[in-house]
Ligand binder design. Sequence first.
Ligand SMILES: Nc1ncnc2c1ncn2[C@@H]1O[C@H](COP(=O)(O)OP(=O)(O)O)[C@@H](O)[C@H]1O
Ligand SMILES: [Mg+2]
Length: 534
Amino acid sequence: MSAGAVGLDSGDITVRDLLSSLTALNVLSMVMTDSSDDDAILDLAVSALPSLSRHCRAEAVWLDGAWQSVDCLRGRVGPRAGLEADVANVGPAGGPVRRREPGWAWAFPLSSHGGASGYLVVGAPEQPPEHERSLISALAHQTGVALANARLLTRERTIGARFADEQATLRRVATLVARAAPPEEVFAAVAAEAGRLLDADFAVMSRYEQHGTATVVGSWGASGGHQPLPPGTRLEHGDSSLHALVFARDRPVRIEDYGDTEGLGANIARQWGVRAVVGVPIHIESRLWGVIGVASRWGETLPLGTDTWLAGFTELVAAAIANAEAQAALAASRARIIAAADTARHRIERDIHDGAQQRLVSVVLELRAAKGAVPPDAPELAAELERLAEGLGAALDELREVAHGIHPAALAEGGLAPALMGLARRSAVPVRLDVRIDKRLPEQIELAAYYVVGEALTNAAKHADASSVDVTVVAGGGIVRVRVRDDGRGGADVSRGSGLVGLKDRVETLGGRISLASPPGAGTTVEIALPLTG
Ligand SMILES: Nc1ncnc2c1ncn2[C@@H]1O[C@H](COP(=O)(O)OP(=O)(O)O)[C@@H](O)[C@H]1O
Ligand SMILES: [Mg+2]
């Protein structure tokens, strides 16, 4: 070694050459480990080869069961069609493969641990010396390690990002439910979040009816919101599409090819260029409730594991869906109860008005007529009849009051302001009335405002021992506000009676809010705010 040269196999190699090759390999492995995608790593490997071997060149790269195209500074390494069988026969240690031109070609294994598996196919006019083959083998091994690392990192990053995203998603959905957003809004949000998180092109959520027909309840489209199945779309059982398959199997379903299947789903899929769809059942309280599906378009398939992820997501949002539904059902039943009560009150008022009231009026008239017919020599009888007629008239007035309290017919005729004046006039406690409304409001709003003032005035007389009551009604900014304040003893308690709690139901059914302030000894204020929209 005195001359600094060693004879090795067929080629001459200096220690300096070897050291520089090893240094190059070392540097390369560091650079590779920093790379984050397959292309960059393969590019580095192919580019580095000539600095490890004088004559060897990369001929092809086989990775994950396919030829890769590697474009690098030193030119392009393309697929080697026809070599697939050779590559399949090469074992994990690598081995010889055929070469286009005469010479030597070898498939060096890329390390298969951790996910990347394949070969770097290298060729040379003749077999290179052994130390060069070892260097190339090390390069291939290092390339595989770098590929596996990069993939692991990517996966971790997406899982991390998805996890963070998922948390944010659930918070958004939960917020919607917490503020009692209408179910349509919750369903639309769930579809949008699923589609967005899975990087899909469409997402559709449908609810099953009997026998597997379904109605779309929420949908989302990636590009400007366009999507083929808007909420309300009916999906029939005959459509051999996603919702029918999920219903029949009650487990996740993937469709990669609609072929020439018939039906709405399949037709829409073809028309919109859908490439793949994945749908999973939504279970609520272990009952099959509906299906949520995501779709990709134009040649992009959905990643494996989409169904697992979607199923997990669906489980998480099932509680939100159930909540939204329960809230909607509760609101609907509250509204039904109030509507039924209103109808009953109306009917009672009509019955009193058309029945008892009319009869009493005619009895009063008959009494007066009878009094007129009393002979002049029986003044006591006339006076008696007059007293009866007056008593009956007073009873009639009282009955009118009662009927009025049951259902304020005056409200429908004259509107809120005159009806409230009537209430104030009849109130046992003096009322200062300030109504700033110059037009008719929706019937339910007028009715609610009227009942609130009526109940509060009755309470002021019955419980408060008040000396005066202030009533204000204003409308503005799409909201009607009613405030009734008495100067009585305070201490009102919703849980002790039936009046205030009934008002709460009525007001909240209309999307409004009611508040009660009643500190002992400091009067009582009942205040409501009712939205004018909806
Ligand atoms: N303006 C008020 N001042 C004092 N106490 C009140 C007033 N309004 C209501 N209360 C008290 O709160 C309870 C609940 O009121 P409410 O729901 O209207 O029931 P009720 O059918 O007894 O009127 C009443 O029973 C009464 O004790
Ligand atoms: Mg009351």
